[in-house]
Design a protein. Structure first.
Length: 64
């Protein structure tokens, strides 16, 4: 059986990552951006959260 707390936390972090990354992409898509603007930071944070969520979900799968 999976450790459900890891699965739930991983899915919540994954949802936050998707929201941040998509918001950053939609806002910056048509505008000339400043290097490391607020939207770039949101995208980088979303990507970092994606990696954290992936790690949590892999750990939950391995700790059956």
């Amino acid at each position: 059986m999976f450790h459900w707390n890891n699965v739930v936390v991983g899915l919540l972090v994954l949802m936050l990552a998707v929201i941040l990354a998509v918001d950053a992409l939609l806002v910056t898509w048509g505008q000339p951006g400043i290097p490391l603007s607020d939207n770039d930071v949101k995208g980088i944070t979303g990507l970092a959260f994606f990696f954290v969520a992936s790690y949590m979900l892999i750990q939950a799968r391995e700790n059956k």
